[in-house]
Write a protein of this length. Structure first.
Length: 182
């Protein structure tokens, strides 16, 4: 049976002050991440996938800037969220940054690279949901976002951000699609 997003987790977002449109985005990312995780057939921690995706933008309760990952992780610690979920919240910015990239962006200098498949699925789902909800693909065919993923990131710089970030996203996309047998 598929993992279900818990109402009490959505309430945490709401109680923290996350805007309703951001909560809707987080729910869509969690649903997409669960769907992708199931399609890989991999042995995954579905609770980590779902909760990491749901809470990834918790920091937007206080800021919409690039440090929202760091801020979200701080809020997550205060709320007693699991360390693995907090790690996803902190590392989701640009698909996981190197120490040098973190320094260039004014974030605490450390390695934000993604290690687990669960982390990669959350970041991939986040990017796909942005592509889908912003109307770059036909809403009746969400798979088009996967099929055209690399093309869209190349065509729209706001999704790929820069060469390093785009290449990370491409790596996750290819790894996950390979697991799906595509």
């Amino acid at each position: 049976m598929a993992y279900k997003i818990r109402d009490e987790d959505v309430a945490i977002l709401r109680d923290a002050g996350v805007a309703e449109d951001d909560i809707a985005h987080c729910i869509k990312v969690a649903e997409k991440a669960i769907e992708i995780a199931e399609r890989t057939g991999a042995d995954l921690d579905m609770e980590l996938v779902a909760r990491g995706a749901l809470f990834h933008d918790l920091g937007k309760a206080k800021t919409r800037e690039i440090e929202h990952g760091k801020v979200g992780a701080e809020i997550g610690k205060e709320l007693g969220l699991p360390e693995e979920v907090i790690a996803i919240m902190e590392k989701h910015i640009r698909g996981g940054l190197s120490e040098k990239e973190a320094e260039e962006l004014g974030l605490p200098v450390k390695d934000y690279s993604l290690k687990s498949l669960e982390e990669k699925i959350v970041i991939y789902a986040d990017r796909l949901v942005d592509i889908i909800t912003e109307g770059l693909v036909n809403l009746s065919s969400e798979r088009e976002a996967e099929e055209r993923f690399e093309e869209i990131l190349r065509e729209y710089p706001k999704y790929g951000k820069n060469e390093k970030t785009m290449n990370r996203y491409f790596q996750y996309h290819r790894e996950i699609q390979q697991l799906m047998g595509r």
